[in-house]
Structures are given as C-alpha cells and as structure tokens.
Write a protein that binds this ligand. Structure first.
Ligand code: SF4
Ligand code: SF4
Length: 283
C-alpha cells in the first residue's frame, strides 16, 4: 500500500497530515520527498542511522569526437546543453539524467558519469516508523532524480506514506506516481482552492485515485465546499482551524500525540483511504 500526500501549494499543512497518518499506520515507512525543504523529521523525530550521498547520471562530452551536429541540444528537453561550435557545454544543474543525448549522439561522443546531487538519510522513530528523507544539493535545479532515488531506497512490503513536494511540477509528479491513493491537502482560502484544482487535474491525467482533506477548515469560505459538492469529489476529512493544533505544530510536536481528537481524525482518514484502495483493487 503506497499512499501519497500532496498539495497544490505550500503551507497547507501537508506534512502535518502526512506525519499524522504515518503515526497511526502500523509498521509503516515514511518517505519525505520534499527534497528542497524536508521537514517531516521535525515532527517525527527519527534517530538517523545512515546518511549517504546520492548521485545522478550526467553526460560527459568528448569534444574531440564531436562534429557539432547539434543532435544532443535538439533532443534535450531541459536546455541543459549549449553548442558553442568549438565545444558542447553542459549546464549540469539543469540535466534531468534522461539519457537522450547519449542515445542519439551519432558520433558516440557522449559517455555518462556520476555527479552528487544530494544526500539521503535513513532512520527510525521511537514508534517504529522507518524514516527516509533527502536533501537536494544547493544550486541543483532538478529535484526529480533525487526524489526517485529516495522513493526507491525502500524495497520492502511495509505500508508506505509519501510526503510529496508542494505544487504541480515534475517533482510532485515523480513523488505521487505509482501511488495506490493520493491525499490532496488544501485549505479554506482562494489560493488553496485554486491550487487544489490544478493538483486534481494532474492526478486525473496520471490516473491516480485521490481524496481531499481540507486543513484549517473555515466554514465561511464556502466556494471550496460548493466545488467539492458540485463536482462530486471525494472529501475525506475537514480539520478545523484550531489554536491547539496550530500550537502543537509550531512547537514541532506531532498533533496526534498532543491534541486530543487529532489522532481520532487520522485513524478515521486512514480507514477511509484503505476502503478507497480496496475499492480500486476490485474495480
Ligand atoms: S550529438 Fe554528439 S556529435 Fe552531435 S553535437 Fe552532440 S555530442 Fe556532438
Ligand atoms: S541527459 Fe537528458 S537532460 Fe541531461 S543533458 Fe542529456 S538530454 Fe539533457
């Protein structure tokens, strides 16, 4: 069972929900894929047992073999290669390690080499959550290769909770693809509403079943409720905008451990997600 937690924008409380869900899921694995700003460790407080460098594969051009045919610059979707006529120059921070330039080079002038793009950490929390996170190296433009690495670092069959980066870029796509179910966390604001619609669009395109959690719920903001109702979307949970929950989070404490009814909300959310996954399996 792989559950991803995503949101169209930052600041909705996605990580609090992801960590809360992890804390009520027996024997689970939590993977923080928000590699530009991982913060699940603040709430889950794991004991880190392993930290290792991560590498991505980048092309190395042999300008002596190159005839400057431009094939590689044309196939690079990320504009990572520049043709200076006497040299093919790689902006390695933009390279997404797709391998297209190497594959299409008619002169076999490109080989592939490793370059460090971040660090991956593994640990365990006091309540047996196996913990993974990763830090993207400063200046590195592409988070997707590191997200793929940290996702693939766990190979077992325990339930997996993936904390996705916010937004709807290729980083989010990399984090949520292959999930059995995605929880979209939003908030009762115009920005939350707008970015929820963008995130729903992405999940529909990649065919991932999803449900919605409204965090910091404000009943006075009716647009969101109306949209969910009119479009018959799957609303899983409303988490009220409450001082005790906000205080717990701001102190770096997990609300499932400090706020009376938050754990009940997370258990209820987990049950609903499990039912959705079973429904999908028998569909
Ligand atoms: S495809 Fe190969 S030969 Fe052509 S410009 Fe690129 S490196 Fe040079
Ligand atoms: S590996 Fe892909 S992204 Fe990187 S330079 Fe080559 S074509 Fe561009």
């Amino acid at each position: 069972m792989v559950i991803s937690i995503a949101s169209g924008k930052g600041g909705t409380g996605k990580t609090t929900v992801a960590c809360g869900l992890a804390s009520v899921t027996n024997n689970c694995v939590y993977i923080d894929c928000d590699v530009e700003e991982p913060n699940g460790h603040i709430l889950l407080k794991p004991k880190i047992t392993l930290e290792e460098s991560s590498y991505k594969i980048i092309p190395k051009i042999n300008n002596d073999l190159c005839n400057f045919c431009n094939k590689c610059t044309e196939v690079c979707e990320f504009n990572a290669l520049l043709n200076f006529k006497t040299e093919i120059y790689l902006i390695d921070e933009l390279c997404h390690s797709c391998g297209a330039c190497t594959y299409f080079c008619p002169q076999k002038a490109i080989t592939e080499v490793k370059k460090e793009n971040g660090k991956i950490r593994i640990g365990e929390t006091s309540n047996n959550i196996l913990f993974y996170d990763a830090y993207l190296k400063v200046g590195e433009a592409s988070a997707a290769p590191l997200i793929k690495k940290v996702k693939n670092a766990y190979k077992g069959d325990r339930p997996v909770i993936i904390d996705s980066p916010p937004g709807t870029s290729c980083s989010m796509l990399e984090a949520v693809k292959d999930s059995d179910f995605c929880v979209l966390v939003t908030e009762s604001t115009p920005f939350g509403f707008n970015d929820l619609k963008l995130a729903i669009n992405v999940l529909r395109q990649i065919n991932i079943p999803y449900g919605i959690v409204i965090n910091k719920y404000d009943e006075n903001f009716s647009l969101l409720d109306e949209y969910i109702h009119d479009n018959q979307l799957n609303l899983l949970l409303r988490i009220p905008f409450r001082m005790d929950i906000a205080e717990s989070y701001s102190k770096g404490e997990l609300p499932t451990e400090t706020v009376k009814d938050y754990k009940v909300m997370m258990l209820d959310l987990l049950e609903k997600i499990k039912k959705e996954i079973v429904k999908k399996e028998y569909a």
